[in-house]
Design a protein around this ligand. Sequence first.
Ligand code: COA
Length: 210
Amino acid sequence: MSWSASFALWAAPVANIRRLARVDWELLRAVRLEMLADSPLAYLETLSAARRQTDTQWQERAAMMSSGSNITLLADGGADDPRVRGLMRVALKEPRKPEEPRRAILLSVYVAPAYRGLGLAEELLGEACRVARSELGAAVLELGVHEDNERAKAFYLRHGFGFNGESRPFPQDRSRPKDVAKAGDAVKRELTMERELAPAQDRDSEGLPR
Ligand SMILES: CC(C)(COP(=O)(O)OP(=O)(O)OC[C@H]1O[C@@H](n2cnc3c(N)ncnc32)[C@H](O)[C@@H]1OP(=O)(O)O)[C@@H](O)C(=O)NCCC(=O)NCCS
């Protein structure tokens, strides 16, 4: 292979990022089953529950995930390879108090194993922050992460998220004793992280407030 062809391959983006649409429900089902099998601690749904969903339920889910206050970003290989390589969803949160800044939540964060460590997660997150701010009008983006998900925590910390002190028991934790009150620290928790979303003119190249 010539030097210029090798360079073109090296410089090519690892994926094409687009919006999930309601017609993508079969792609959504495929990637959702893949992500639940790959990283069961990362999501608040079990693989067996997802497998029981009907076609109609997947169609409804794709419609919900692409409706007004929900934007789902999907990374694929373009027309040549429509398989999903990564996914992230942002959704507007109901404000707890009207005077509080608008918040969005980051959900369904997934990059397929072969594409981890290549910058795709960063690209998806940058776009998620951009649309959360510019299209949903959010000033803060928050997320929940399992306390043992070290890779995800490192990724979020590198991109300006911090722990805000909130947490809750992780509902899918199979080690969770029935009597949570007696379990104390043994119960695994989902930790909340958040970061500010700066308007475009006040953002640095990492998307962080200047
Ligand atoms: C979370 C996820 C999107 C991050 O994407 P990624 O491409 O893996 O992210 P990066 O490689 O850019 O960053 C990962 C960081 O974790 C570090 N890391 C890798 N493996 C690690 C491990 N086992 N323990 C601790 N840190 C680890 C990397 O060195 C890197 O840290 P650095 O930036 O300080 O060097 C991806 O790993 C993923 O889809 N994981 C499975 C699903 C998941 O956990 N989703 C999050 C739900 S909250």
